[in-house]
Ligand binder design. Structure first.
Ligand code: NDP
Ligand code: 8X3
Length: 249
């Protein structure tokens, strides 16, 4: 029987590329996001390759998360792989100038949203004593950079939660993996800078990671033999050495 994966943040960037990679590999897909039009488009594109179901909910809305996952039809209820990918940076300001709404968004989506979705799915994995959770952290979860404060804190939390999950779910044979990329060319900077032209310059002058690069590594992690768990991957483009050192032309 083919496996079923639930991917949050499947309407864009890393999540969407992962959906394409998983579809190519015959994995059944539950694709999540808030933009219905995009969910429809990606469902249409992938339904020739695999079975696709879409769920529209905000990961930071506790009730919506549980309602959405409880609403899954019988054929999609058994989830083997959870990719906790939904998330973004909101703003890039020194701590003294930070916007409270940005802080709320990052903690509510990147941290609490990941927890809510996990809480809704983990019980079926512990009951079956199998499953794989992939958390998309960041190089920002490994080091803090100027003005990154709350975003970096949210991604440090993702790395800590990944370790916590791996420890607590170990008795159940559940794999838990953190994939931590550096700069990836997606809509991430458009969201961070709220549509400001600053976003256009972020990926200029060097070749950033592409979402497909991440998708390949995520598929690598989920396709290892039963006894192998990829615990934690830090992944940069060649031009990037640390969060702040990027070799530009
Ligand atoms: P994108 O902005 O391209 O994609 C973000 C995805 O998250 C979208 O599908 C969006 O869907 C979804 N999302 C955002 N907020 C919510 C919410 N409240 N509820 C449900 N879904 C939400 O960015 P990336 O693909 O780059 O980001 C994916 C992950 O990768 C994030 O966790 C990010 O922090 C991480 N990351 C990104 C890096 C980069 O440089 N791009 C580097 C390191 C980590 P919708 O708007 O339809 O809800
Ligand atoms: C996204 C990469 O460097 O903007 O997590 O924090 S960075």
């Amino acid at each position: 029987m083919n496996k079923t994966a639930l991917i949050t943040g499947a309407t864009s960037g890393i999540g969407r590329a992962t959906a394409h990679e998983f579809a190519k590999q015959g994995i059944n897909l539950i694709l999540c996001g808030r933009r219905q039009e995009r969910l429809d488009t990606i469902e249409k594109a992938l339904e020739k390759q695999t079975n696709v179901h879409t769920l529209n909910f905000d990961v930071s809305d506790k009730t919506a998360v549980f309602d959405a996952i409880n609403s899954l039809p019988e054929t999609f209820k058994h989830i083997d792989i959870l990719v906790n990918n939904a998330g973004n940076a909101h703003g890039l300001d020194p701590i003294q100038d930070g916007d409270l709404d940005d802080w709320d968004a990052m903690m509510d989506i990147n941290v609490k949203g990941l927890l809510y979705v996990s809480k809704a799915i983990i019980p079926q994995m512990t009951a079956r004593q199998s499953g794989h959770i992939i958390n998309i952290g960041s190089s920002a979860g490994k080091e803090v950079y100027p003005k990154g404060n709350v975003y970096c804190a949210s991604k440090h939390a993702v790395v800590a939660l990944t370790e916590g999950m791996r420890i607590d779910l170990n008795p159940f044979g559940i794999k838990v993996t953190a994939i931590n990329p550096g700069l990836v060319e997606t809509e991430f900077s458009k969201v961070r800078f709220k549509g400001d032209a600053k976003a256009d310059s972020v990926y200029k002058g060097y070749k950033a990671l592409q979402p497909e690069d991440l998708a390949e590594v995520i598929y690598f992690a989920v396709s290892r033999p039963a006894h192998v768990n990829i615990a934690d991957i830090l992944m940069f483009c060649t031009a990037q050495a640390t969060s702040t050192i990027v070799k530009k032309e």
